[in-house]
Design a protein around this ligand. Structure first.
Ligand SMILES: N[C@@H](CCC(=O)N[C@@H](CS)C(=O)NCC(=O)O)C(=O)O
Length: 234
């Protein structure tokens, strides 16, 4: 049965995902933070299902959240949807009474995507050993992105301050990739952005994150396999 909540009611939520996808992990972390039960429908991206194609005809990507059969696409749009569709659950975004803070959170949530795009340039360009020679532009861009996030984090435990919120959910899946970025010639997060490294450790200890994100060593191992597969296709 789709998403039976602990009180026995049906949340009507089905998540089309792939376990290792950091974008899908944003949604599973958010659902865990909100205490919303859901059904997972694991997808094979090498042979996309009719359900995925029908649900996300524009991009054909995961995650897609089906709510009572209606698809919501794009991880960040799904996070925002969950706040609005389930108002009784712990919010991710700042309150509606603070539109400025909400706009800021949306900005930084989107900015976190740059970890993915820049990270991919690193792990595709450099072989995966310690100190691999990365494309210099990718390394410099990663340093800029990490420093910008570190500055935004400031002295807070989380991006939203004391509470784990929208930007944390958007960025936490990629924190598990910091080791991979580093091993593919990226900057050392611990040395260059210690507050961000401490935030990553804090996130990894959170139940919602630990249950839905692979540990950094496992991410690195999977990226090696994926990289070999991608390069082998060229
Ligand atoms: N901007 C999208 C990105 C989603 C995305 O790139 N998903 C990947 C898996 S990590 C995917 O489904 N790729 C399949 C494809 O590109 O055909 C989001 O935030 O949801």
């Amino acid at each position: 049965m789709a998403g039976v909540k602990s009180d026995g009611s049906d949340s009507g939520l089905v998540l089309l995902d792939v376990f290792g996808s950091p974008f899908a992990q944003r949604v599973s972390i958010a659902l865990a933070e909100k205490g919303l039960a859901y059904e997972r429908a694991e997808q094979d991206l090498t042979a996309k299902s009719d359900l995925l194609r029908r649900s996300n005809p524009v991009h054909g990507k995961v995650p897609v959240l089906l709510h009572d059969g209606r698809p919501v696409c794009e991880s960040l749009a799904i996070l925002q949807y969950l706040d609005e569709a389930f108002p009784g659950t712990p919010p991710l975004l700042p309150p509606v009474s603070d539109p400025y803070a909400r706009a800021g959170a949306r900005f930084w949530g989107e900015y976190a995507d740059r970890l993915h795009f820049c990270g991919k340039r690193l792990w595709l360009s450099a072989p995966g050993g310690d100190g691999g020679e990365a494309e210099p532009g990718a390394r410099a861009e990663m340093a800029t992105v990490l420093r910008a996030l570190e500055a935004e984090l400031g002295e807070g435990d989380f991006f939203g301050g004391a509470a784990f919120g929208y930007v944390d959910v958007a960025a936490a899946p990629f924190a598990a990739w910091f080791l991979t970025y580093e091993r593919h010639g990226g900057p050392s997060v611990a040395e260059e952005c210690p507050a961000l490294a401490a935030w990553a450790a804090r996130c990894s200890r959170r139940e919602s994150v630990a249950a839905n994100v692979y540990p950094p060593e496992k991410v690195h191992e999977l990226v090696q396999e994926y990289r070999r597969w991608m390069l082998g296709r060229k």
